[in-house]
Design a protein around this ligand. Structure first.
Ligand code: FAD
Ligand code: NAD
Length: 480
């Protein structure tokens, strides 16, 4: 039986792969990966989804063009060509990354599932045993599937499989109201599929600021068929390769008040992702776990056992983070890389001003506290908000924009920016200055008036939102 004693072992080749810095060049590293090299973001997550989002947006352009007196028509969508182009670009990157690692003399790749046998040791399915000096668990998360009849039918997909289907579904049922459900509803409706989205609660993207979540639910309902207060009860075979979804209609008390059926080509289940702590057997190694299965870490990303950090053991990314986001996993990987190399000079990962964007239609972006969270934290009397409509700025006129909004939340006492919540074109880019203000502690008025904003760029929507807050004027003489 093979036994390995590397200086560093990493479980998971997603964000974990970036830990192999030049520091390890003359040391022995083992990477364990049970799936496709490169992890979720590259193979089945952020990157391919956004490569579908872009053409879906383009296919929608006649909608905006019509508002601006231009007649356009989307003649068609070549799904197989689009799919092959996207994965023709991604798959070689994954293969190239794997080949590169395999070619390094000091790195060994174990391409199997591994399970922890102790705090820094694990065993692979073929019996290979690894006892590492330092170990990083970066094993990610996976889609949750409901335990209902028909869930194993080939027409029922998660985000792992839906992007590779042979034919674009004419009619697709999207189950869930979160990130993945809203992004794919946007993609398929943009590409011309008939989309029905069902959601258990009464609002889509419920984790966002209430005003934005409500506005998005209304907007989404104008673009595809959104049915609220519904859950998927089962799936069965239908006609001509289709499936019939059995849907329970729920009232406010979660009692089923009616049943509906829907025949569709494909069902996409997007009901959240659970951390893979069970797959690595974290409990068997006595690691502390949150109720949702995440491995507990301290601010230095050190894994906790019995409330104390385990020497030489770190975790990062979806397996330990509350935010299941790639930029968070990447940041944590940089923190872990530093802490592995400098055990006497640990750095903490940044827990504030974590932004996110949902690339649905319309696009959504957010950072910091929602209005409700701000009110709970500092009291309603100290909270000031401004919801700026894109349509009330110069570029918004050019776009004839109707419903896009940019909301900022601040502390009225000192102008501290507490959050921003955006729905509309370029939301993911427009929110970035607010992330800057929050990250560097620049108050709203100084930030709005202490720099030039290009006129009449769409970014003026952020400037105007900041200027609409009831905050003290800056004492900075340059901020006029
Ligand atoms: C459809 C989709 C779209 C997304 N879009 C975005 C986006 O636009 N922006 C964004 O910020 N985030 C997005 N995310 C989230 C983002 O992809 C994840 O937060 C990120 O990839 C997590 O990285 P990670 O390194 O923690 O895990 P992963 O990249 O998942 O890597 C973990 C690896 O560990 C392996 N593994 C697990 N268990 C074992 C085991 N026992 N033995 C061996 N190997 C194991 C897995 O096979 C996997 O390859 C998206 C996710 C999905 C699913
Ligand atoms: N653009 C991005 O940054 C991006 C894109 C995709 C995914 N992600 C990450 O991936 C994670 C997973 O995405 P997701 O959309 O699967 O999860 P999610 O948590 O965003 O949404 C899950 C949805 O499923 C519903 N749900 C959960 N349990 C249910 C049940 N028993 N019955 C009915 N409905 C139920 C929830 O109400 C919610 O609407 C996200 O949290 C996000 O961090 C990020």
């Amino acid at each position: 039986m093979t036994q390995l004693s590397p200086d560093l072992a990493i479980i998971g080749s997603g964000s974990g792969n970036s830990l192999v810095t030049p520091f390890w060049d003359d040391r022995h590293v083992v990477i364990a990966e049970q799936g496709v090299f490169g992890g979720t973001c590259l193979n089945v997550g952020c990157i391919p989804t956004k490569m579908f989002v872009r053409p879906a947006l383009l296919a929608r352009s006649p909608e905006e063009a019509a508002r601006l007196n231009v007649t356009q028509r989307t003649e068609g969508v070549d799904w197989p060509a689009m799919r092959d182009r996207i994965f023709g670009r991604i798959d070689p990157i994954s293969a190239g990354g794997r080949d590169y690692r395999l070619g390094l003399e000091h790195v060994e790749l174990i391409e199997q599932r591994v399970r922890l046998t102790g705090p820094r040791s694990f065993v692979a399915d073929d019996g290979t045993q690894v006892e590492a000096e330092r170990l990083v668990i970066a094993a990610g998360s996976r889609a949750v599937l409901p335990d209902i009849p028909g869930i194993d039918l080939p027409q029922v997909h998660t985000s792992d499989t839906i992007m590779r289907v042979e034919r674009q579904p004419q009619r697709v049922l999207v189950v869930g109201g979160g990130f993945i459900a809203c992004e794919f509803a946007g993609i398929f409706s943009g590409l011309g599929s008939e989309v029905v989205q069902i959601n258990r609660s009464q609002r889509l993207m419920r984790s966002l600021d209430e005003e934005v979540s409500a506005a998005f639910t209304e907007e989404a309902s104008r673009h595809w068929d959104v049915r609220l207060g519904r859950v998927l009860a089962g799936v069965r075979s239908g006609t001509a390769g289709r499936v019939i979804a059995d849907i329970a209609v729920r009232d406010a008390d979660a009692s089923t008040v009616a049943r509906e059926t829907l025949e569709v080509d494909a069902v996409l289940v997007a009901m959240g992702r659970r951390p893979n702590s069970d797959l690595v057997d974290a409990a068997a190694a006595h690691l502390d776990l949150h109720d949702d299965g995440r491995i507990m870490v301290d601010e230095f990303q050190r894994v906790l056992s019995g409330g104390s950090p385990v020497p030489g053991l770190f975790a990062l990314g979806d397996i330990s983070s509350a935010a299941q986001l790639k930029h968070v996993a990447n940041h944590e990987a940089r923190v872990v890389a530093h802490n592995l190399e400098h055990p006497d000079d640990l750095v903490a990962s940044r827990a504030d001003a974590i932004p996110l964007a949902v690339f649905t239609h319309p696009e959504l972006a957010t950072v910091g506290w929602t209005e409700t969270q701000a009110v709970e934290a500092i009291g309603a009397e100290h909270v000031t908000t401004k919801t700026q409509r894109y349509g009330d700025t110069a570029y918004g006129w050019a776009m004839e924009d109707g419903n896009s909004i940019f909301k900022v939340v601040a502390d009225r006492r000192d102008g501290r920016v507490l959050g921003a919540h955006v729905m509309g074109p370029e939301a993911s880019n427009l929110v970035q200055p607010i992330i800057t203000a929050m990250s560097f502690g620049i108050d709203a008025h100084t930030f709005a008036r202490g720099q030039y904003w290009i006129h009449p760029a769409l970014m003026e929507v952020a400037e105007n939102a900041l200027l609409g807050l009831d905050v003290p004027n800056s004492r900075d003489p340059g901020a006029i």
